[in-house]
Design a binder for this molecule. Structure first.
Ligand code: GLN
Length: 443
């Protein structure tokens, strides 16, 4: 288990409840609050943070009889696509230990792929469930925004993210989604949909009469080896009775830019709470007095010394890694007076356009298909040096979050011995449709 570094904390929490997940083990991403169990978000900032309450999804897992086996490794605060920005070291891809498992829910996908857990929860802000599912050869679902409660999820970018299941098969992923889906009084963005869901029943492999729209914009930029596997998977769906047609969404060329402006803006605001006083490690005691010489204790509890700004800055300097700092800086910039119109407002306009384009495409097709990731899993250490390159591998996943739609990644086959994922996108609350299509695609 330790070999892959899939877990930040290994600890078993049993449930006495008798439910649909009795006898199943589950790994939980380390940005989902677990009462009494350390929750670090992959950050040194939260190394010692133990939440006093369970996230709603964790309460539902416990009620369903599942046994939690630990908290999984992740890119720091979910910021990354390879699990290499974690303060706890990278996770290895179980299929090829020299490669990344994808991210940011890389620990969750690796744990399932390696058989260290039957199931796992991840979170998907711009692809973080689907990306590692594709790279590790397992199934991952990003639910419609509002289907699953975010109460107790440590926020990265609230308007984009959802908690989602990872599992070896489509049916098992759907069973887990049935457990966590549905309205929650503690999260006003949840909807009635999913209250009595039975997505697992939709995993019947019946695609007769289903129309699959191939999103050409998301195939063109992909690696040839990925495209070959993707095309075979689509041809299989066609031979099973689906109708395949091509669709094109002009807005998608702006999706990565729009996503990063919005995600970083929301992140810069969400991460303001980590100052060593409200949340996070306090670095003030370690580094002595402040630069302006006012080093006397102010008398505030928690080891606070000097002026507030210096103390906050020391904590944030010590507690955040380079990728998080980059995003807080860029997000703050994008929201600042004078630049707000130029960046944030434009990104919101692009988001609205992407939503309209998806609505139109989904009026012509029941589900939309693309490769989940445009590339094969990179080697460990290969992508960290070039953040822009890292952002670009999200091209096929981020549009779905911008449009608040559901999507699934299902193993489509292998290229050079490495897993390739097929992404199927559905209409709002159309989880049953994507589960059905994915169950037909799964070999
Ligand atoms: N790779 C994307 C990012 O870094 C998506 C991450 C996620 O979904 N949490 O923002």
């Amino acid at each position: 288990m330790a070999e892959l570094n899939a877990f930040i904390t290994e600890e078993t929490v049993e449930s006495d409840a008798d439910g649909p997940l009795s006898g199943k083990t589950i790994a939980v991403k380390d940005n989902i609050s677990t009462e009494g169990l350390r929750t670090t978000c992959g950050s040194a900032m939260l190394e010692e943070y133990v939440p006093p309450y369970d996230a709603t999804v964790v309460t539902r897992l416990k009620e369903s009889g599942a046994t939690i086996v630990g908290k999984t490794n992740m890119d720091e605060f979910g910021m990354g696509g390879t699990t290499e920005t974690s303060a706890y070291g990278p996770t290895k891809n179980p299929v090829d230990h020299s490669r990344v498992p994808g991210g940011s829910s890389g620990g969750s996908a690796a744990a399932v792929a390696a058989g260290d857990a039957d199931l796992a929860l991840g979170t998907d802000t711009g692809g973080s469930v689907r990306n590692p599912a594709a790279f590790c050869g397992v199934v991952g679902i990003k639910p419609t925004y509002g289907l699953v409660s975010r109460y107790g999820l440590v926020a990265y970018a609230n308007s984009l993210e959802q908690i989602g299941p990872l599992a070896p098969t489509v049916r098992e992923a759907a069973e887990l989604l049935d457990v966590i889906a549905g309205p929650d009084d503690s999260d006003s963005t949840t909807r009635e949909e999913g209250a009595d869901s039975n997505y697992a029943a939709a995993a019947d492999g019946d695609v007769d009469g289903l129309t699959v729209g191939v999103v050409t914009d998301l195939v063109e930029g992909a690696d040839d080896r990925v495209v070959e596997v993707f095309e075979d998977a689509v041809a299989d769906l066609e031979s099973e009775g689906a109708t395949v047609r091509e669709v094109s969404l002009d807005s998608l060329e702006h999706a990565v830019q729009a996503y990063y402006v919005i995600a970083m803006s929301e992140a810069s605001s969400n991460l303001a709470r980590y100052d060593g006083v409200r949340y996070g490690v306090s670095a003030s005691s370690a580094s002595g007095g402040s630069e302006d010489g006012r080093s006397e204790s102010s008398g505030v509890s928690g080891g606070f010394e000097g002026n507030w700004n210096d103390s906050f800055a020391r904590s944030r300097e010590a507690g955040f890694g380079p990728e998080v700092k980059r995003r807080v800086l860029l997000g703050t910039y994008a929201l600042s007076a004078g630049y707000h119109e130029k960046y944030y407002k434009k990104a919101q306009d692009a988001r609205a356009w992407i939503k309209r384009d998806f609505d139109e495409a989904l009026s012509e097709a029941d589900v939309l298909a693309s490769p989940t990731m445009p590339v094969l899993p990179p080697k460990l250490g290969e992508s960290l040096s070039d953040p822009l390159q890292l952002y670009l591998i999200d091209a096929n996943t981020v549009p779905v979050n911008l449009a608040n739609l559901p999507a699934i990644s299902v193993p489509a086959g292998e290229a050079d011995g490495l897993p390739v994922g097929l992404q199927l996108v559905g209409s709002k609350f159309g989880e049953a449709e994507i589960v059905r299509a994915a169950s037909a695609a799964e070999s």
